[in-house]
Design a protein around this ligand. Structure first.
Ligand SMILES: Cc1cc2nc3c(=O)[nH]c(=O)nc-3n(C[C@H](O)[C@H](O)[C@H](O)COP(=O)(O)OP(=O)(O)OC[C@H]3O[C@@H](n4cnc5c(N)ncnc54)[C@H](O)[C@@H]3O)c2cc1C
Length: 311
């Protein structure tokens, strides 16, 4: 491992961090990339169909491809630290310091922050109590346990509809409950998923309780238009209600939105701190997709390169 300071530290091995890492190495920037794991959030997806140039790829294959591509450059200019967690980021007069849970710390002149986002938890009564007892945040991981059973998906965005599509293949029935009065998922996805005979969906539905004894036995939801409460007897509850940006580590350093997303200049990926850039789902960009995160990682890297080499 090189004596620090590095020119650049990249945090994250999802599409934003991985894409930036490849570009950084090709531009010969002395770079350290740190990530808990490769691939990012869609690593759990069995079939990603919109990674450009690849009609079908599993999340696991995507993660392996990222790691393989980055390792092409490892040891030359790019140092990779994977399987470790970043716990602290600080800046002094001239350098950025990144500290890991292991106690190791590294310094660099610039930082690209790409730690993505994590799942938003369901706030309904009983949701915590029944997590892993019928309530889950990963349809592709836990779905097969619910073969032949009735299940609910909470959330009518793309992730909710994709989960419903997977579940429909083996569950007896799938009910999608959406809080708002319209679905956020792409119309083509909504149409395709609702064409399945065992899938139905309900808008304006607020889940108020997950109930059961040892395992989930059902949910109660309130119709937000008239306040009426309904009970669904289901064995599984799959929660897909969005994400929370992983930005706590730089809360004291950069401007964030109310939602906690890092505010960036969309032209460059620059944050409010002159030596910190950010890309992907941890930022305030409107759309969250693998291709967008990768492109934004590259865009930020181009700007970092200019800022370093124009000094
Ligand atoms: C279930 C699901 C399915 C999806 N399917 C699709 C799809 O089919 N097509 C599509 O385009 N998009 C899909 N998305 C969206 C897509 O996954 C995200 O937009 C994309 O992953 C964002 O990339 P990112 O690099 O910004 O962050 P992330 O993917 O969130 O990556 C963040 C990285 O940071 C690392 N990390 C986080 N915290 C730390 C820490 N403290 N220390 C060290 N490392 C850390 C993580 O290990 C991870 O590698 C899906 C999302 C989900 C949740």
């Amino acid at each position: 491992m090189r004596e620090d300071p590095y020119e650049l530290i990249i945090l994250g091995g999802g599409p934003a961090g991985a894409a930036a890492g490849v570009y950084a190495a090709r531009k010969q920037l002395a770079t350290l990339l740190i990530t808990k794991e490769f691939g990012g959030q869609s690593v759990v997806s069995p079939d990603i169909q919109n990674w450009i140039g690849t009609p079908h790829i599993s999340g696991q294959e995507l993660a392996e491809a990222f790691a393989r591509h980055l390792r092409e450059y490892a040891d030359e200019v790019l140092t990779i630290v994977s399987g470790k967690e970043v716990v602290r980021v600080d800046v002094d007069a001239s350098l950025i310091t990144v500290e890991l849970a292991t106690g190791e710390s590294f310094r660099a002149h610039t930082l690209l922050y790409a730690l993505g986002a994590r799942r938003r938890k369901l706030a309904a009564k009983g949701a915590d109590q029944f997590e892993h007892k019928g309530l889950t945040y990963c349809a592709s991981c836990d779905g097969p346990l619910f073969a032949g059973k009735d299940v609910v998906v909470v959330g009518g965005g793309n992730a909710g509809f994709e989960s419903a599509a997977q579940l429909a293949a083996y569950a007896a029935s799938v009910l999608i409950l959406e809080y708002n009065d319209t679905f956020n998922a792409d119309p083509i996805t909504v149409e395709k998923v609702l064409a399945q005979p065992n899938v139905r969906a309900q808008t304006n539905a607020e889940v108020v309780e997950v109930f059961g004894t040892n395992l989930v036995e059902g949910v109660r939801w309130r119709d937000r238009r008239n306040g009426e409460e309904h009970t669904e007897r289901v064995a599984g509850v799959f929660v897909e209600i969005g994400t929370i940006p992983n930005t706590d580590l730089v809360a004291h350093l950069v401007e964030r939105t109310e939602r906690g997303a890092i505010t960036i200049d969309p032209w460059t990926g620059k944050t409010s701190h002159p030596r910190i850039w950010a890309a992907g789902d941890c930022t305030n960009v409107r759309y969250h997709q693998n291709n967008i995160a990768a492109g934004d990682g590259v865009k930020a890297l181009e700007d970092i390169y200019l800022s370093l080499r124009a000094r």
